[in-house]
Design a protein around this ligand. Structure first.
Ligand code: AMP
Length: 401
């Protein structure tokens, strides 16, 4: 972006403003907006006008009962208000990302003016990567910037296809995107040891490929969350009613064998907080993770596992973390995720490199006010993981190739 001549140009920038907004319209975690400010301010300082594009949630998956889009729930309007306060200038909100009003505004926009267009995912063409829809977005501007690292792994109209409409000297990656790529590249090249990767979240199927890849680089892989139980079951443990993916047992066993051959230590939770229901009102207990009684499910790592995992983290020189250790949305099952967040901040203080990515883990870090005690907080969950897996991200390739 710094190589482009932006003065007097109409810039359209894809950002990732997919932030949690509560029912009162309050943004409960503004990390992604705050991380876009560097590019926003840079573009305005160069004397350009700025139109911002983003998605918010999955409006077409969560339609109202009458089958229409819940425009109030998925509107970016609260973001326009928040952003306006952040940058200290008016942010005009257009309640459609294409159409007459957007076109009219793009024709009259002047240097220094900021416009936020409505949720791109109100159109099914967005996710389909529809070329005509992408062209309509592109026609609003002279220059396209992609700063939405969080959606860079998606080949959607506003994240990738749109770029086909701009010459090489009229499209670029924004500052956040550059920083995310720099940090990911640094991790790929890092030879600090011990290197520890922490994986959590619901399903092992989502992250098995990455775990396989990480075995080539990591010394320790800590696995918590629901995904741990498929692995524990693969090792002939009793996991009761814990979440489990039967069709992944063979792949899991192959991955464990690979780790064994390469001398990579896989750490599983020795104990779990178990519950008799998937609810914050459930009865709870502590059990060995491979001795969970029938009718009970593991919903968080247990107290011994917290200590084990913390010790590994505190003895590491580099740590990356993605995914919660339990159902942290419920207070009874948040202690494991909080313990990891806390250990990461302590490891950072001791001079280790730490990186956290993914909505849930970042939310845990923010809830504990530890964001500034982590070396790098990535705005990308899936995008960061895919980058680290060595995949080409469509949002980046669309600009650089
Ligand atoms: P992911 O999107 O794969 O990172 O998974 C995040 C989700 O995993 C969160 O909503 C957690 O509630 C859920 N999760 C974490 N641990 C468990 C568990 N032991 N059982 C069921 N769900 C879990």
């Amino acid at each position: 972006m710094q190589q482009l001549h932006l003065s007097g140009k109409r810039v359209i920038m894809r950002v990732d403003f997919n932030v949690p907004i509560n029912t009162s319209g309050i943004i409960t975690d503004a990390t992604r907006i705050e991380k876009a400010l560097a590019s926003i301010n840079y573009i305005l300082e160069q004397g350009a006008s700025l139109q911002l594009l983003s998605h918010l949630g999955r409006p077409l998956k969560k339609l109202k009962e009458d089958g229409s889009i819940d425009k109030a729930k998925f509107s970016l309007a609260p973001v326009a208000k928040f952003l306006s306060e952040k940058i200290g200038r008016e942010v005009s909100f257009i309640d459609d990302c294409i159409g007459a009003e957007a076109v009219q505004k793009s024709n009259s926009i002047v240097a220094g003016e900021v416009v936020l267009l409505e949720n791109t995912r109100f159109y099914k063409e967005e996710k389909k990567g529809d070329a005509l829809f992408a062209k309509k977005l592109a026609d609003l501007a002279d220059v396209y910037i992609n700063d939405a690292f969080g959606t860079a792994h998606r080949a959607h109209a506003s994240t990738a296809v749109i770029a086909q409409n701009f010459d090489a000297d009229a499209k670029a990656l924004g500052l956040l995107m550059q920083e995310e790529i720099k940090q990911a590249e640094a991790i790929l090249k890092m030879d600090d040891k011990p290197f520890t990767a922490i994986m959590g979240g619901a399903k092992v199927s989502d992250k098995l490929l990455l775990i396989d890849k990480l075995i080539d680089r990591a010394d320790h892989i800590i696995i918590g969350g629901g995904m741990a139980y498929t692995i524990i079951k693969a090792k002939a443990g009793n996991i009761g009613n814990s979440i489990f993916e039967e069709d992944r047992i063979d792949d899991v066993l192959k991955t464990l064998e690979k780790a064994n051959q390469k001398g990579v230590k896989i750490h599983l939770p020795v104990d779990s907080i178990i519950a008799d229901d998937f609810s914050n009102e459930a009865k709870t207990n502590v059990a060995q993770s491979d001795h969970i009684p029938d009718g009970w499910m593991g919903l968080d790592i247990g107290p011994k596992a917290r200590v084990d995992f913390s010790n590994v983290i505190l003895n590491s020189k580099a740590v990356i973390w993605n995914g919660p250790m339990g159902v942290f949305e419920m207070s009874k099952f948040e202690a494991g995720t909080q313990a990891i967040a806390d250990s990461l901040s302590r490891a950072t203080q001791n001079g280790s490199y730490t990186m956290v990515g993914g909505g849930d883990s970042v939310a845990a870090i923010n809830k504990l006010n530890l964001a500034d005690k982590i070396s790098f907080v990535s705005t990308g969950g899936g995008a960061m993981l895919e980058y680290l897996e060595g995949k080409d991200l469509p949002g980046i390739v669309a600009i650089t190739s």
